[in-house]
Design a protein around this ligand. Structure first.
Ligand SMILES: Nc1ncnc2c1ncn2[C@@H]1O[C@H](COP(=O)(O)OP(=O)(O)OP(=O)(O)O)[C@@H](O)[C@H]1O
Ligand SMILES: [Mg+2]
Length: 482
């Protein structure tokens, strides 16, 4: 049988001893390769046929592919504002890194059994959350948003016990620019292990922001680069109505990719306070709070980096604050640039922020679906006939439309159709696909995946995939699936 050709080059293991634990996956009793991401496999230079043949064993963790060095990474994190000094990969294992056209990327198992970081958990994952992460990550990628991606989903043949009862167990294999988190820095900062903190920062700079090494203060430049990447990322989330749901510092990747698709979901009717996660009782991670939490999380990274930024703590704080003080301005710049595209505006005008906010004000409280409003606005031209029914009361929209028409570019319709998706993972369809998969019926998952991975091109027969949940679906609640 041909080998799948992972050309592993494991720099994290090699360069950062003491920052992880070598570990092996638990054995899955009856692994079954449910889905393999052929496109991504090809991008990584892997042989899809060999992976089809050996994927069940490799992606369950039962067999360690040649050159892999499985390890669990240490990290800490602020969870809902409270600091946990030791989290770490409690149910994940980094197999290793591969390099390809997209640069160096981690290949990691999630749900592969207990590790020294598991605390009270079983180290496992259930099928539903694994397929959810697969589906939504691929949808985000298709939307052009930086994200970890699913390479494979394997059913383990072993049930896992969750609140809902016994559920089918599964392992997700994901690919990411890295899994270094804000919490990874916090782990070593909290322990006062400055040597390791510096090693980690040097590694992260070399891997993700090599230009920072040339700066006068590389660690400050690194912080600023992470801030820029995160500000751009959160702006992209906001522009598509994505709610991450668990923006703890251990779920914030230094690379600027979206990671950990736990309780995330897309907002339908525009409501700034929208929260889906059942554990987010206070609405800390509500839609409109995400840009504020971005700043809060970056402040935690700055704190962890202080001893590297300047040996004199007061000076370090001053330098970090000067950068951090620009976070909301940077976020707003990314958001406004994205809004100009979403609205198909001609050039730039000082009134554009006010114009964009005017549309949001017209949508709020009117039940206007976020995704469809922008899509139909693009199609509206002089006739807003298909747009107005999205609004319970379109009076404010009617007053706003002439302002927009005056700023619209001649090619607005085409530009808007290229950036405003028609198909997103609609909550009721995601739930239906996962429920069917739990019964062994994968067709709804495959169909939905095919629809949302081509989000901009309208295709015949897919009308139902563009619509929000029917009213009898009720308020949507998501779970971390841990
Ligand atoms: N079933 C589980 N068994 C052991 N540890 C778990 C389990 N579920 C979550 N954890 C751990 O709890 C912490 C926070 O969990 P969280 O839900 O943010 O992460 P996750 O979804 O497991 O993984 P990731 O952030 O890598 O996508 C992490 O240390 C994680 O490893
Ligand atoms: Mg997590």
């Amino acid at each position: 049988m041909p080998a799948p050709n992972f050309a592993f080059d494991n720099s994290y293991a090699r360069d950062l001893p003491g920052l992880y634990v070598d570990w092996q996956a638990a054995q899955a009793p009856a692994p079954l390769l449910l889905r393999l991401n052929h496109g991504l496999a090809a991008e990584l230079g892997l042989d899809p046929a060999a992976l089809e043949a050996q994927g069940a064993e490799i992606f369950s963790g039962n067999a360690v592919p040649e050159g892999a060095q499985p390890l669990a990474q240490a990290y800490a994190g602020h969870q809902f504002g409270g600091f946990s000094p030791q989290l770490g990969d409690g149910r994940a294992l980094l197999l290793g890194e591969v390099t390809g056209p997209g640069g160096r990327r981690d290949i990691q198992l999630k749900g592969s059994g207990r590790t020294p970081f598991s605390r009270g958990g079983d180290g496992k994952a259930a099928l539903g959350p694994v397929l959810r992460e697969y589906l939504i990550g691929e949808a985000m990628h298709a939307l052009g948003i930086p994200t970890s991606r699913a390479l494979a989903a394997v059913a383990t043949g072993e049930p896992v016990l969750r609140q809902e009862g016994r559920l089918p167990g599964a392992v997700l294999t994901r690919v990411a620019a890295s899994h270094i988190r804000v919490g990874t820095f916090q782990f070593f900062a909290a322990r006062g292990e400055q040597d390791k903190l510096r090693q980690l920062a040097d590694y992260a700079i070399a891997r993700h922001y090599p230009q920072a090494a040339e700066a006068e203060n590389p660690y400050l430049a690194f912080f600023e680069a992470v801030q820029e990447a995160q500000a751009a990322l959160v702006a992209r989330w906001m522009l598509v109505g994505f709610i991450h749901g668990v923006m703890n510092t251990d779920n914030v990747a230094i690379s600027g990719e979206t990671i950990d698709y736990g309780p995330c979901a897309f907002m339908e009717a525009y409501a700034p306070g929208t929260v889906f996660s059942s554990i987010d009782a206070q609405g800390r991670y509500a839609y409109a709070n995400q840009p504020l939490i971005l700043g809060w999380n970056l402040a935690r990274l700055a704190e962890a980096l202080l001893p590297l930024i300047d040996a004199d703590q007061d000076k370090a704080i001053e330098k970090a604050m000067a950068v951090l003080g620009r976070v909301s301005e940077r976020y707003r710049a990314h958001w406004l640039a994205g809004m100009r595209d979403k609205l198909g505006l001609a050039g730039e005008d000082p009134g554009d922020m006010d114009l964009a906010e005017g549309l949001l004000a017209a949508m709020e409280g009117q039940g206007a679906d976020w995704t469809l409003t922008f899509r139909r606005l693009g199609e509206a031209g002089e006739d807003a006939g298909a747009l107005r029914p999205l609004f319970a009361d379109p009076t404010a929209l009617d007053a706003w439309l002439p302002r927009w028409r005056a700023r619209r570019a001649p090619d607005a319709a085409a530009r808007m159709a290229a950036v405003n998706p028609l198909y997103i993972p609609r909550n009721h369809l995601v739930e239906a696909a996962l429920e069917a998969a739990g019964r062994g019926e994968m067709l709804p998952f495959d169909t939905l995946l095919a629809v949302v991975t081509e989000p901009f091109a309208e295709r015949p027969g897919l009308d139902a995939y563009a619509l929000p949940a029917p009213s009898d679906f009720g308020p949507y609640r998501t779970f971390c699936g841990t």
